[in-house]
Design a protein around this ligand. Structure first.
Ligand code: NZQ
Ligand code: ZN
Length: 385
């Protein structure tokens, strides 16, 4: 196991009816901006529940944070926060709203041009406003991590940043809030969480038995519970398990002390920025092809994944690896998430465009060995057609 530091200051309040606890977590004197997305927070009544819980506090509502949140929209919130001296931010939504709120928290106090937060990967953030989250979609783990992904429409760039100052102080995870999700978003959440685990697990062995068994447990839970969330959409226990899996998949725990890949995500982000595909759809496209392309450097963990997650422990090793990759693709397809570029109307020109964006964004040495260059990315994208 590699040396590591583990830090996670986010308090989690988990269970039905916990939004009322906002009154305990948000300072009574706070001037709060509540950020939310399109219609869902209003339509589901969650926004009203939040406003009631905030009681007599001064509250400014900021709606319209898009799925795949944009710099352009969020800078409107930054201007308001600065002008009205708002001192606490509350995200109500999924990963897009929470990520957007993290950006506003940092940008509001950032002396330089806020886009530099993305260009520097968040390294030079010196201060950020305090924030909390009410999660309505189990997928990204943003409710309990220090990361965020922001799109600048004018540049067609979708870039991540990380900084410990943007950890939510608290997140309220009420699984019933996810009951109103359309099937597509439920499936997206399962796929995104699955690939988060794979990015931190399917690399090479470092004797991290704890992280390996933890990751394999998260993967098995997603395989077992994911389809149930579609077949039994009102089952609280299923939604509760999926919400907790998604949070633990990317809150730093399984990633501590192990090599991490993230190439599937970084290539996927380009497809979202270029063609507006859902984040999880891009992962379902790229991951199977990436597993096949990297079967030699990932061999030991591919065999461990085949045996411990899919029960493929016997027979020819190459066939076990093929079967594990196929099972993974099959799992995404049974959730209704297609796994080829052509399923989204994309062809060779999308491969060329994505490669250009990867080059433009300096994504030239990806993966746990930093050896995924444009030639490898090309092979992966072409194998995904
Ligand atoms: O806009 P509204 O009306 O709220 O609709 C949203 C949105 O259109 C809807 N929705 C959310 N909760 C709902 C609901 N509809 C009905 N009922 C509810 N309870 O779902 C749509 C998608 O929401 P979004 O927040 O975009 O989905 P998700 O949580 O999957 O977040 C995706 C974003 O997270 C980023 C992705 O890049 C993408 O921008 N990620 C963030 C990460 C992080 N911070 O660690 C890591 C991830 O890998 C990912 O990159
Ligand atoms: Zn993701």
């Amino acid at each position: 196991m590699l040396n590591f530091d583990f830090y996670n200051p986010t308090r989690i309040s988990f269970g039905q009816g916990r939004i009322a606890e906002l009154d305990r977590f948000v300072p009574a004197s706070a001037h709060v901006m509540v950020l939310y997305g399109g219609q869902s927070a209003q339509r589901t009544g969650t926004l009203d529940e939040v406003k009631n819980a905030l009681g007599a506090r001064q509250v400014h509502l900021f709606g319209g944070v898009e799925a795949n949140p944009t710099y352009e929209k969020l800078m409107e919130a930054v201007e308001i926060v600065r002008a009205e001296q708002i001192d606490f931010l509350l995200a109500v939504g999924g990963g897009s709203v929470i990520d957007g709120t993290k950006f506003v928290a940092a940008a509001a106090l950032y002396a330089d041009e806020p886009w530099n937060i993305l260009l520097s990967g968040g390294r030079d953030i010196k201060q950020a406003l305090p924030m909390g989250a009410v999660l309505t979609l189990a997928a990204t783990g943003s409710e309990m991590n220090n990361g965020s992904v922001i799109t600048r429409q004018s540049l067609q760039a979708k870039l991540p940043f990380h900084n410990d100052l943007v950890f939510p102080q608290f997140s309220i995870l009420d699984p019933t809030k996810s009951f109103t999700l359309p099937e597509r978003q439920v499936a997206n959440g399962v796929v995104d969480a699955f690939v988060h685990v794979m990015e931190q697990y399917l690399t090479y062995p470092v004797n991290a038995s704890v992280q390996d068994r933890f990751s394999e447990g998260l993967l098995q839970t997603l395989i077992e519970q994911g389809p149930l969330a579609l077949s039994q959409p009102d089952d609280y226990a299923v939604r509760a398990n999926l919400m907790w899996v998604a949070t633990l998949a990317l809150n730093g725990l399984i990633g501590a002390g192990v090599p991490q890949d993230w190439s599937t995500h970084l290539i996927g982000h380009e497809l979202t920025a270029l063609y507006g595909l859902d984040h999880a759809q891009t992962l379902a496209i790229i991951l199977p092809a990436m597993m096949h392309e990297r079967r030699v450097p990932k061999r030991e963990k591919l065999l461990q994944y085949a045996e411990r997650v899919w029960g493929l422990g016997d027979g020819d090793e190459e066939q076990r690896i093929d079967a594990a990759i196929e099972q993974t693709r099959e799992f995404f397809e049974t959730l209704g998430v297609k796994t080829r570029l052509k399923d989204y109307g994309l062809a060779q020109d999308a491969v060329e465009a994505a490669l250009q964006q990867l080059e433009q964004h300096g994504m030239l040495q990806l993966g746990e060995h930093k050896d995924i260059d444009l030639a490898v990315s090309r092979r992966v994208l072409e194998a995904s057609l």
